[in-house]
Design a binder for this molecule. Structure first.
Ligand code: ZN
Length: 363
């Protein structure tokens, strides 16, 4: 379906690796497969429909590989491909330039166009007529079904709304003429209006699947706009511009009880752990709570801290700090100048920085 830069969902699991890219299933994709299998079970043509399921799955993967391999040509890597009921998502590690995004977004649907042309030609040669786009469970043919599915993938994905590929093509075209954040907001707004329309039609006609798609599109559009606006707010800044420079450190031989007292006294929640001048680790509020529960208040900090903390230098782009905070890892970044600790960056103070920046950009 699309390409996105978002954290990996924990509701998915890896099933294969192609061209060095992990392919993952989202659990809702399995529900969709189960629904297809259930429908197939009620039909005379169940064998053909059952064969369609892995074939359809293959077409979706090829679509995503179209995005991923085009991205690779522009030097952008793909972290993984996850399959959802309404398509797949190729997770790119970097944000492409508008001119590149245009081709990357177009490459996915183009793969399905090629597949549809091949299937249509074979069908025409065998039946002397063009395949129908109507999907019928009663009068089902494998070739016709797969052709229709690929055409649907093309039509659905070329809807000019986020998070579909068409929305990305639109954003890329707008992005060549205006700032990316504004282009994303326009494409995102169109996506949400279309999603509301889909939802409304789904409600009136009782098509639950349409309502589910509407919800996916609505949330996807919102997520993309927020991510892009967030990145536009930190672009051009360095880590040093947003980091906290007044903070407390704790020693590795301090007890959890002593640190808990500091936690209650002030607003700071995460503490760099030092041994003399040397930074040894990071003790977050969760670490303190977990350590207290497991070992009591007399346990040493050294036994509860994390040694594999995230670190950046003051001169690193602030965008890098934003990218380091994911759904699963919101722990702070220690800002180090060589071996010397010069600051901390937490999600809270990055959010504050972005709020101030947004307020400033409005005036
Ligand atoms: Zn796509």
């Amino acid at each position: 379906m699309s390409q996105r830069r978002a954290p990996t969902s924990s509701w998915s699991f890896r099933i294969a690796t192609i061209a060095g890219i992990p392919i993952r299933f989202h659990f809702t994709f399995l529900l969709f497969m189960a629904w297809l299998a259930f429908m197939a079970n009620r039909s005379e043509e169940w064998a053909a429909i059952a064969a369609l399921i892995p074939a359809l799955f293959l077409c979706v993967v090829l679509h995503e590989l179209g995005h991923a391999l085009t991205g690779r040509r522009f030097g952008i890597r793909t972290r993984d491909i996850t399959l959802y009921p309404i398509g797949g998502v190729a997770m790119l590690t970097d944000r492409p330039k508008p001119a590149h995004e245009f081709w990357i977004a177009l490459a996915g649907p183009a793969v399905n166009v090629v597949i549809a042309i091949v299937l249509g030609s074979v069908f025409f040669a065998m039946n002397d007529r063009l395949p129908s786009l109507m999907f019928s469970v009663e009068k089902f043919s494998f070739l016709e079904g797969l052709f229709a599915a690929n055409m649907m993938l093309v039509i659905f994905n070329m809807i000019p709304a986020f998070p579909m590929d068409g929305g990305r093509v639109l954003r890329a075209l707008l992005g060549m003429r205006m700032p990316l954040a504004r282009a994303t907001k326009i494409a995102g707004t169109i996506g949400q209006i279309l999603a509301i329309l889909f939802g409304f039609v789904g409600l009136l006609t009782g098509h639950i699947f349409l309502m589910v798609i509407a919800l996916f599109v609505f949330l996807g559009a919102q997520q993309e706009v927020m991510a892009t606006v967030g990145i536009s707010l930190v672009t051009g800044y360095r880590v040093a511009d947003a980091m906290m420079t007044r903070f407390r450190v704790v020693a590795h031989m301090d007890t959890l009880g002593a640190v808990a007292k500091i936690l209650l006294e002030g607003a700071q929640q995460d503490f760099p752990v030092v041994f003399g001048e040397e930074v040894q680790g990071l003790l977050t509020r969760e670490d303190i709570v977990r350590g207290m529960a497991a070992e009591g208040k007399d346990a040493y900090v050294a036994g509860c801290m994390r040694r594999d903390f995230k670190r950046l230098t003051p001169d690193d782009p602030l965008e890098q700090a934003l990218n380091s905070f994911t759904q699963h890892d919101r722990s702070p970044v220690l800002v180090m100048h060589g071996d010397q600790l010069v600051g901390i960056l937490t999600t809270e103070n990055l959010a504050e920085f972005m709020m101030l920046e947004q307020a400033r950009s409005r005036t």
